[in-house]
Structure formats: C-alpha cells, structure tokens
Design a protein around this ligand. Structure first.
Ligand code: ADP
Length: 675
C-alpha cells in the first residue's frame, strides 16, 4: 500500500479521499489555487502545495503543475477525484511515465470510452445492449438523413466527443433533420474541436440507471449494484438513490453483468460507472441500453457505500496498489436504501444560476449512521465563481426506501445555509412530491412536475412573520438591558423601562419578499406571563418567549417553536428553523434597537445591493421620513428615508449602480437643529 498520495482535486471530493487515506494511515498531499488558500481540503491534508491562480485552467487542470507537486512531496500515487483531470488519458499517461500510480484505469481504457461512437462499437462486441441507432463512420448529411428516415423519428443527434449535453439535439421529424445536424455539428466543433455525430432513437420516457463496477489488475470484475439518477436538471443529477427502485431482479442482474462485461472488454482497472437508459417498450417489459461509461469515481458514490457497507475510495487505493478486489460478487449484497441530495449554491428559479458569496451561516444536519454529509466548505468560507458551486452531498440511509426518504426530507429541513441562495427548497419539494414518493421517475421528472416544484410561496406563514417581529422586540429589550447594566450597576436599572400593567404599544414594519408588514405589538400580562399581542394584516397572535443567543424560543398562541436568527447586517436578518428560511428587513427603527436607530439615521446602504430609484437631487429640501432612494438587496426592495429635515448636499449614487453595504448614498445638511 502507498505511504503518501496526492489528491489532484479540491472541495468535498478531496476531503472525502483524505478521510479514507487517514483511516488507512496514508499521508495525503493537497493542492490549492489562490481561491483555495484557506480551503477545508488544504487544512485536512498532511501537506499542501500551491499550484497557481484561481481559474482551474491555470491550476487544477495543469498536468505539469500537479506532477511537479507529486514529485517534490514524494507522493507515490495521484487520486484525480472527479472532474478536472480525472478522465484525461494524457494525464494518466504522464503519471505512468513518471512512475507515479494513477488511482484510476489505465490510459487506454479512458481513451476507449472517450468517443461515444467508438465506445458503442466496443460495447457491441461485448454484447452490451445499445440504443438502436447509427454510430458508423459515414458522416455525409444526406446519408445520415436517409438512415434517420429509416429509423423513424424522433431521433437524437449526439456528438461523438460530447459531454455535458453539448452537441446534442433531438429531431422530431425529417424536415428538421438537416438544420439540426448543422447546429449540433457546429456546437460540437466549437466545444470539442470535432464534429463527428452519431444518432440514436430518442426514447420518450427513459430512466437513468447506472451500475457501479470495480476491476482489479488481474482482470477480475464485480458490480456494486445500481443507482437511479433520473432526476436531473440540464443533464445534471439532482437527487440520486440506490438501489434503483422498481427494477426486476432479472433486469438488475443482467444490467450488472453487462456492466462488468463492458469494463472487462476495455481492460478496466479500478472504479467505473456504466450508465444505462432503462425504458418500458411496447411489450410492457423494461429494457436497458448502454449510454456511456464514466472512468472515475462518481459524485454519487456515497449511496453505493451506504447500501453495501463498503468504502469505495479504500477499494480504489487497494486496487491501485496492486491488491485483489476486496470482495467477490457473491460476498456483496444490498442492505437497505439510500438517497443523495446535492446541495448547491444556485437559484433554481433563475435557471439554476450559480449563487456566489460568503457562507455567513452554515449548519448541516447532525450526522449519524443514517445521515452523512460530505462537504468541502465551512461557515465563513466563500462559494467562488471559479468552481462548481456544490456546498455538500447530503446522504440518508434506512432499511427501506420510504424510511430513507423520510429521513432525507427531515435532514433537508435541518440544513441551514445563509449568505447564498440554495436549491434546498427545490430538493424538499422533490422529496415530498407524490410522484417521487411513488418512485414514478424518469429523466423528464423536473420538467413534468415544474408546476409544483417551482411554484412561488403565495403567502408567507403569518406565524413566521410574527416570530421575526418578536425577535426584533426581544433583541431591542435585550440591548436596552445591556445598556442600562453598563450605565449603572444598580439592579433596579436592569428592567426595561416598559412598565407592567400599563399597556405599551410599539409600531414598526418589516419587509419580506418585497411585501411590507406594519406590525403593532402591545405588551400585556396574561396569567402572570409577560407577552405581546402582535397585530398585522388582520391577524392577531399572542406571543411570549425569550432569546438565547441567536436562538429564539417562542410560544405563539400555545404553539411552541424555536428558530435561529442570523444578522446579515444591521437591517437584514434571516430567520431559520425547521422548514423556515425567511429573509426580512427591518424597515422601521421603532422595533429595532435604540443604538441601531441612531445608526440607521444615516443615508448609507444597509447592505450590498443595487440602486433602483433615486428620488432626490442636490439642494432639494427634504422632510424627515421622505423617500430618498429605493435599493434592492437579497431580492428585496428597501426604501431609504430622510433621517431628519434638511437640504440635500450631494447624491453619491445613481440608478442601477451596485453599492456596498455601509457606503454613503446621500448627504443631507440637518436644518432641524438650527430651527
Ligand atoms: P453527455 O455525455 O453529453 O452528458 P449522454 O449521452 O450522457 O450525453 O446523455 C445525457 C442525457 O441525455 C442522459 O442522461 C439522458 O437524460 C439523455 N439521453 C441520452 N441519450 C438518450 C436517448 N437515446 N433517448 C432519450 N434521452 C437520451
């Protein structure tokens, strides 16, 4: 076995590999770019080597830099993780030349699967079923069209060198064919420098089912069962599960054996995944068809680990070091069911656009034998625009599918992320949808169910709004107490100046999702308990409770609830509890803290954001409370008003401008004091 390995990757997968290396007593070397100087994987490794600027093309993708790092640290092997150089046959060859073990298959196996056409030809010889179609050399457009016409539409055009869905076009009838071929070829040429095309029958409702295989250097192969990854967005997996539900034992076994044949025919070594499409044909029976083989460890390998009880990274290391397969096929069995949710910093409502920024607050669910969190970030880290914005892989396991899915839903509700937008709400909606619960999945799942998955929340829960308002009241009370403690040590000063038995009413307003709520809070005593009657939007709540650090404990009309509040700035707060994630803006200082009230009187931007409208100009007279500026931050509008009556001296921002939190926007000469 190796004494020291280098991990040519970053983030969660680097941390994952380091964990197994530690378990086996192997030293690990991390590599890092500028953006990753303080990253978790660097801290977790025994040694770390700087490999250059943040863009991956100048660091993680530069083979020479990785090899140089391995040489100076004396690493005997390189684990490429997934992505980056993991399926680069040239990099694998360079490792072989430098006598450094590549923890993966030999270069020729990677190369054999590099072209979809060549891979299909090889699979044919190994008797692995293919989607009917054409993957020959003839690329004459008229000839391709003739073949497509004979196959019958719809067909799918695919770039032989393709990946990530690029160079792929469905064609629904013969009239579209030549135009689509031109487009697909053009896209393929610009993405991969090659425009060789193949064609497949376009399956209407296929499922994506893949098989985990392992081979050792003696040519022995096993499969560690299957995973269903049908729930995808833009060809990227969203929730995976193992084993794939609702497959007959015969189909499962045939698919597993076909996957091992596929690996053995290309002299495969190590971990690989053979991806299949599974579809019911007109005969009502399910059939499987080879799609492609990924010659590396997959992102979703943890669910296979959960159902087999095996450490796949350990298997990879043992095999790369020349050991035999740790177990034979008859020693492997499926235990229970597992799900993986990919927690991403992205906005599903903005076409899954990545959301970058600082992870101001990050709390993962509690890990135990049923729940696992694979991550590469901590609270306070940045999600940068340079790399994949995955925050974590959340994995749950239980003895059956229903119980494992329940655990997933609960764990998603316990995941707290503030600072970036995430897909957690979408994941929860998928996990709780009837179709997913019934395992009624195919590759079009997200599009088919988009009405329920992306529906806006029409009404914020009034109880959450009450809780947010109550937090501000308690916070104000707490700060007042602290102030009076500082001012005098007399215990009589500790109480707030609100008097019992004499109702006191506070008014204030909060903005949530661009809606402003005017809130009235009346302090009363009920059965000896100090509480508030909170009124807004024609509702009234009786609320009592206390604040413990950033956690609020409340009783709302007899319903006990607790939540955490993260203060993103003096004005912007996030309330997070089980199934609650509410950003709210304190509009009126009356509900806030006295000191903040003063601070809030400036005309500075309360947080980073964009100016929407400017209402004032230099020399204009303004009265206290007049609207000066509307800005947008965290997808909410915030109005900045004049803190006192005066004359505008200067306006320091323009509409549409991006401004930093705290920067001065308008300067007003106070005329109140002189009057
Ligand atoms: P890429 O390598 O570009 O990701 P794949 O061949 O892996 O391309 O296919 C990507 C996705 O496209 C699959 O996960 C599946 O959803 C869909 N797909 C691929 N081939 C077919 C087909 N013949 N019929 C229907 N859908 C397909």
């Amino acid at each position: 076995m190796f004494n020291k390995i280098l991990i040519a990757n970053r983030g969660e997968i680097a941390c994952r590999i380091i964990r197994t290396a530690k378990k086996l007593g192997i030293l690990s070397v991390a590599v890092y770019s500028d953006a990753d100087k303080n990253a978790m994987h660097v801290e977790a490794a025994d040694e770390a080597v700087y490999i250059g600027p943040s863009p991956a093309s100048e660091s993680y993708l530069v083979a020479e830099k990785i090899l140089a790092a391995a040489k100076i640290t004396g690493a005997q092997a390189i684990h490429p993780g997934y992505g980056f150089l993991s399926e680069n046959a040239d990099f694998c060859k360079l490792c072989e030349q430098d006598n450094i073990a590549f923890i993966g298959p030999p270069a020729k196996s990677i190369a054999a699967m590099g072209s979809k056409s060549a891979a299909k030809t090889i699979m044919e010889t190994a008797n692995v079923p293919l989607v009917p179609g054409y993957h020959g050399d003839n690329q004459d457009p008229e000839e391709l069209k003739r073949i497509a016409d004979n196959m019958g539409y719809p067909i799918l055009l695919k770039a032989a060198a393709g990946g990530g869905g690029r160079g792929m076009r469905p064609v629904y009838d013969e009239k579209q064919f030549l135009q689509s071929l031109t487009e697909a070829k053009r896209e393929s040429l610009s993405s991969f420098g090659d425009d060789h095309m193949l064609m497949e029958k376009y399956l209407a409702k296929p499922r994506h089912v893949e098989v985990q295989v392992f081979c050792d250097k003696k040519g022995q192969g096993v499969y560690l069962f299957d995973r269903d990854c049908s729930v995808q967005r833009r060809h990227q997996k969203v929730i995976e599960e193992a084993p794939a539900p609702n497959l007959s034992d015969v189909l499962r076994k045939n698919m597993g054996e076909a996957a091992v044949r596929a690996a053995q025919v290309i002299d495969y070594v190590g971990a690989g995944t053979v991806e299949f499409l599974v579809e019911k044909n007109a005969d009502g029976k399910e059939h499987f068809y080879f799609m492609e083989m990924n010659t590396r460890l997959q992102v979703e390998h943890p669910i296979t680990e959960m159902i087999t009880g095996q450490d796949l990274v350990e298997w990879q290391l043992r095999i790369a070091a020349g050991e035999d397969l740790p177990l034979q096929q008859d020693q492997l069995q499926v235990r229970g069911h597992a799900f993986e949710s990919r927690i991403y910093a992205e906005d599903p409502k903005q076409n899954f656009c990545p959301s970058t920024g600082k992870l101001i607050h990050l709390q993962a669910p509690f890990e135990d034998i049923n729940t696992r969190v694979d991550t590469g970030v901590r609270q306070g880290d940045m999600v940068s625009g340079f790399y994949d914005p995955m925050i974590a892989k959340l994995v749950t396991w239980d003895k059956d599918r229903t119980s494992a899915l329940k655990r997933m839903y609960k764990a998603l509700g316990d995941y707290q992320v503030v600072g970036v937008t995430t897909n957690i709400d979408l994941l929860k909606r998928i996990a709780s949808s009837t179709a997913f619960r019934d395992a009624d999945v195919d590759n079009n799942f997200i599009e088919t169910h988009s009405d329920i998955l992306f529906k806006d929340i029409e009404n914020q829960s009034n109880a959450d709004i009450a809780l947010a308002a109550f937090y501000l009241i308690l916070r104000r009370q707490q700060r007042r107490q602290m102030m009076s403690q500082l001012e005098t040590h007399s215990p009589w000063q500790l109480v707030d100046n609100w008097r019992l038995n004499q109702p006191q009413v506070h008014r204030g307003s909060l903005t949530i999702d661009k809606v402003s709520y005017d809130i009235e809070a009346e302090q009363v005593s009920q059965n000896g308990v100090e509480c508030y009657l909170l009124r807004f939007s024609d509702t009234e709540f009786t609320i009592s409770g206390h604040l413990d650090g950033s956690t609020i404990w409340a009783d709302i009309d007899g319903y006990r609830i607790s939540a955490s509040v993260v203060e993103q700035s003096d004005f912007l707060f996030t309330l997070i509890g089980r199934n609650t994630h509410l950003d709210f803006i304190l509009d009126s200082p009356d509900m806030g803290d006295d000191q903040q009230d003063e601070a809030g009187k400036g005309c500075a931007a309360p947080m980073n954001g964009r100016i929407l409208e400017v209402f004032v100009a230099p020399d204009q007279r303004v009265n206290k409370g007049d609207n000066l500026i509307i800005m947008e931050a965290m997808k909410m509008e915030h109005t900045i008003t004049a803190p006192y009556t005066g004359v505008v001296e200067s306006v320091l921002c323009n509409a549409d401008e991006l401004v930093d939190g705290g920067s001065e926007l308008v300067v007003i000469r106070n005329t109140e004091d002189n009057s």
